[in-house]
Design a protein around this ligand. Sequence first.
Ligand code: GLN
Length: 246
Amino acid sequence: MRTYKEVLEDGIHLLDAAAIEEAGLDAWLLLEYAADINRAWYYAHMDEILDKKTESRYLEMCAKRAQHIPLQHITGRAYFMGYEFCVDERVLVPRQDTEVLVETALTHLKDSRSPKVLDMCTGSGCILLSILKNLKQGTGVGIDISEQALEVARRNAKRLGLEAATTFVLSDLFEKAQGPYDMIVSNPPYIETEEIAQLMPEVRDHEPRLALDGMSDGLYYYRSIVSQCRDYLKEDGALLFEIGAG
Ligand code: GLN
């Protein structure tokens, strides 16, 4: 019989021993998820006994995290632009940096009436769905080459009440695209192939390689999208990218 506090300490030790960078934070986030509690509740109740079932579920989750499985793959959820997205090994975990792309898109679209948006390499659908959540009217298409990723995107669309406003299409870039769009947004795979081996194990071993690999110089998708986008954009349409730090 152990208390919340003791069990959390166990979790921290497990993650520390596995050299997880933010052991304390991740151990806490997993406890928050496993026991369905928040910080305020924890501080008022940390010396109470945690039931055995939750304890073992929690420690199993910590054991997974100790194997460098991304936290969001363990909980199955990630937050982006204030919305909750389902994520798993089929998609890239939404990154906070990418919110800048969504905010920029929204600034551009603020006066458009019922804009049509294409999200190229949509993955979890986080970019397209966050844009549409913030528009009064508007529809969007998410394209991806992975049917498995599209399954996740469709599920997210449904959860966010955007099923009617979105279509997710299996396509190799523009192959099956039907424009014209007011805007094309994209956070394409942009890691140089050779760099992938150097990435942290969470990314290298657990996120889909297809979502990372931007080919030899990391710019393959930018070149392809830029060279074809005019055929799919309206006259005054815009193309917005996220690009890597390099
Ligand atoms: N568009 C998705 C995201 O930004 C997926 C990107 C990708 O798979 N490269 O999270």
